[in-house]
Design a protein around this ligand. Structure first.
Ligand code: 5CA
Ligand code: ZN
Length: 409
């Protein structure tokens, strides 16, 4: 699939700092040590509805990761998928009497537009589940032939007991896993499974549903977790730096993905860090397509909200916290954007050299975007109160905000 156009990232004077980030698997903050090419996989959308503020907040977090790395003069190898065939997409298509492939294509196109408007840097490889199927089939065959997967009435299941590291990503106990598995696409109650938690790798063709040639697996379609594993291994290989997504993906999705990959390769770990963004809610509930309590990026854009203000609203909350989207969050961001724009529109101002370092330090410290915004607020306040004589300062502030926060002033 094609991704979306990249906005330019201005180079800043000096050099950025190495990222220290919270890793779900170890439960603590780790300093990543990527080589000259940092590798990141971020789980993409299931395209059956438009991009809401929860999605946007999660992609914003991983966009900041890229910007911190780019500022350290590294290249970034970023891969994202599109789950363009899966149960919720097929169910929505049936409910609305539309073709599932057209629905996926339309919503993916809208997602690209939203990401472009928000100045999110595009992945180098943007890969759909459907186009990944030829790579998925041999992986499932290998797992089955190695005894790490088994057949149940034509469906192929992964045996979680095949990976000695199973459970290390989420750190959950069996009861919690069972509950979440039932909630998030698993089928712990299905009789005949070796372990109730075992997830499906390949689903045999069902009447009325799309299916593909699975060679020795028979016709069918891929399970959710193996989709991301196949794409990540193909484009990044084992041991890449960050596996990212919202906190609802820690279990089962990232747990199962890590186990699939570790069982396949005999290597550990799948990713150096598992990084999860908090959940954005509306009126006290997690924003989700299935609940329908959504604020869409595209609806705000249609109402004439500046995408830079949407981006500032996302940045005003720490990526790891769960938070509520409200009209006030957006109103504050609109006001801040106007204040910043006024401050950088003057020909000179107070020196911004310290500001660059403050923003760098805030983001390197587990992507502390609220602290980064506070630093820019302080510079803008000083500019408003006293001004200054540094002719390079307003331009440097604009470039810093653009390069590190993705906001065009
Ligand atoms: N296609 C799969 C990943 S392979 C999927 O989870 N798709 S999704 O469309 O449901 O979600 C896309 C991304 O947005 C995921 O990282 C998910 O964790 C994140 N996300 C979903 N809802 C929210 C929310 N309310 N707040 C923050 N992030 C969210
Ligand atoms: Zn995924």
């Amino acid at each position: 699939m094609h991704a979306w156009p990249a906005s330019e990232v201005p180079a800043l004077p000096g050099k950025g700092r190495d990222l220290r980030i919270h890793d779900t698997a170890t439960g603590g903050r780790i300093t990543l040590d990527p080589g000259p090419v940092a590798r990141i996989y971020v789980c993409g959308i299931t395209p059956y509805d438009a991009t809401h503020m929860g999605h946007a907040a999660t992609y914003n977090a991983f966009d900041l990761v890229q910007r911190v790395w780019l500022d350290t003069k590294r290249q970034v190898h970023y891969v994202q998928n599109v789950t363009d065939v899966d149960d919720p997409l097929l169910e929505r298509a049936v409910r609305d009497g539309q073709d599932w492939a057209e629905l996926a294509e339309r919503e993916t196109a809208l997602f690209r537009e939203d990401m472009t408007a928000l100045r999110m840097l595009p992945p180098r490889h943007y890969i759909g589940a459907v186009e990944a199927i030829p790579g998925i089939v041999p992986l499932v065959e290998r797992l089955r032939d190695a005894g790490a997967a088994y057949d149940l009435d034509g469906d192929i299941y992964f045996s979680v007991d095949a990976d000695p590291h199973f459970g290390e990503v989420s750190g959950l106990d069996a009861d919690a896993m069972r509950l979440l598995s039932a909630e998030r696409g698993g089928d712990p109650e299905r009789p005949g499974k070796k372990n109730p938690l075992d997830p499906m790798l390949w689903m045999a063709a069902r009447p009325g549903e799309p299916s593909w040639d699975g060679a020795s697996l028979g016709d069918g379609r891929p399970g959710w977790h193996i989709e991301c594993v196949a794409i990540a291994l193909d484009h990044l290989g084992m041991g890449f730096d960050i596996q990212g997504g919202g906190s609802d993906l820690a279990f089962p999705h990232h747990e199962m993905g890590a186990s699939h990959a570790q069982a396949l390769t005999g290597e550990h770990p799948f990713a150096q860090a598992y990084v999860h963004a908090g959940m954005v809610g509306l009126d006290g509930e997690k924003m989700s397509k299935s609940r329908g309590n959504l604020v869409f990026v595209s609806a705000l854009r249609r109402d004439g909200v500046d995408p830079a203000a949407i981006r500032l609203a996302l940045l005003s909350r720490h990526y790891r916290s769960d938070w509520e989207w409200t009209d006030q969050v957006l109103a504050d961001a609109v006001e801040r954007l106007a204040r910043w724009r006024a401050a950088v529109s003057r020909p000179d101002g107070p020196s911004a050299d310290a500001l660059v370092e403050e923003v760098r330090e805030a983001l390197a410290d587990d992507l502390d975007s609220p602290a980064a915004l506070a630093a820019v607020d302080r510079w803008a306040a000083l500019q408003g109160a006293e001004g200054g004589t540094d002719e390079g300062a307003p331009g440097l502030v604009s470039r810093t905000v653009d390069a590190l926060l993705g906001v065009a002033l």
